[in-house]
Design a protein around this ligand. Structure first.
Ligand SMILES: C[S@@+](CC[C@H](N)C(=O)[O-])C[C@H]1O[C@@H](n2cnc3c(N)ncnc32)[C@H](O)[C@@H]1O
Length: 305
């Protein structure tokens, strides 16, 4: 199954679960925070009725829009709120599947949407100097930072990522969703209950890459390894090879031994104070933190001019 379909199904299940049981989860909590963001966004950009900014509008740039549902419930209301004569909505995602699904939606009235298939950390400038942009990153995508395993807080990586993202426009605000619950046992239990999300990459390798018949996706099991302190938590998504496995990838031979551990990716969470400190170091001014006080935060920042 494609990663996008896997996530769309899990997202629907979590929203229904929150409705049925009345208990919050990450998906449902973030939709509520996005609604709060929509109500406050004109204050953040100092939107005054009939002034130049409100006439031209403020563009939206989203890094990693994901599913149609996430786009419709979190991004579109913001783009509508800030729409003006010159504004656009730019969506950057590496996943063709996610972007194609959004592209097939009926065009929202008067909203110009651009689809960019690219890495979210490319550092590309998307706006002319005179355009103002509100940059969003929902779904804790920021936490998937590429960083090696470490006992120390990833200050340099976080600061560099924030600088890269804010390079997208000369004049911009950012709203970045972050996990802030630093309890290892809670995170480990959550991720280990859903190993299919991390192991799906091996099934996609089998389906999409030039691997030979010896490559067996079922030879990998999942564990969540943990690092961190009171400033950060790094969930090190790890695949463990459960038997000796030799295969060819693009005519290069690869030999894995039973027990080998492969670092797949990270999910970082950050304390509010640590993230604010990194934002300052990146030249950003913290202007608000929207929080459900249960581990989901959206940091709103402004690029210093
Ligand atoms: C955790 S999902 C979040 C999706 C959505 N924003 C939400 O709130 O549910 C991460 C999204 O970012 C995209 N993504 C992750 N890393 C990326 C990268 N390095 N470059 C481009 N897109 C990336 C994924 O394809 C996916 O759409």
């Amino acid at each position: 199954m494609s990663g996008s379909l896997l996530w769309a199904k899990a997202e629907a299940q979590r929203i229904n679960n929150a409705l049925d049981t009345g208990t919050a989860n990450m998906v449902d909590a973030e939709i509520k925070l996005a609604q709060e963001l929509q109500q406050k966004v004109r204050d953040y950009v100092r939107w005054h009725h009939q002034d130049e900014r409100s006439q031209k509008g403020v563009s939206i740039l989203e890094y990693g829009p994901g599913t149609v549902r996430a786009f419709q419930q979190k991004t579109l209301p913001l783009a509508t709120e800030l729409r003006g004569k010159a504004s656009r909505c730019v969506l950057v995602d590496r996943s063709n599947e996610f972007l194609r699904d959004i592209e097939q939606l009926p065009a929202p009235c008067g909203l110009k949407i651009e689809f960019i298939r690219d890495d979210i950390f490319s550092g590309q400038r998307f706006f002319f100097d005179e355009e103002a942009a509100f940059v969003v990153m929902f779904g804790r995508t920021f936490g998937n930072l590429a960083a090696s395993i470490s006992e120390t807080p990833p200050v340099t990586t976080v600061v560099q990522a924030l600088k890269t993202i804010s390079n997208s426009a000369k004049r911009c605000w950012l709203a970045i969703s972050i996990g802030s619950d630093l309890r290892w046992d809670v995170a480990r239990a959550y991720y280990e209950a859903h190993p299919e999300f991390q192991l799906n990459v091996f099934y996609r390798m089998k389906a999409e890459l030039p691997v030979d018949d010896n490559f067996d996706p079922s030879a990998f099991e999942y564990e969540a390894d943990m690092k961190g302190n009171d400033k950060f938590m790094q969930v090190i998504h790890t695949a463990i090879v459960n038997r000796d496995l030799s295969f060819n990838l693009n005519e290069e031979s690869i030999a894995l031994k039973s027990g080998d551990r492969l670092h797949l990716k990270n999910s970082f969470s950050f304390s509010e104070a640590f993230f604010r400190e990194c934002a300052n170091l990146a030249g950003l001014v913290p202007i608000d933190v929207l929080s459900d006080n249960a581990g989901s935060d959206i940091h709103v920042l402004e690029k210093a001019t």
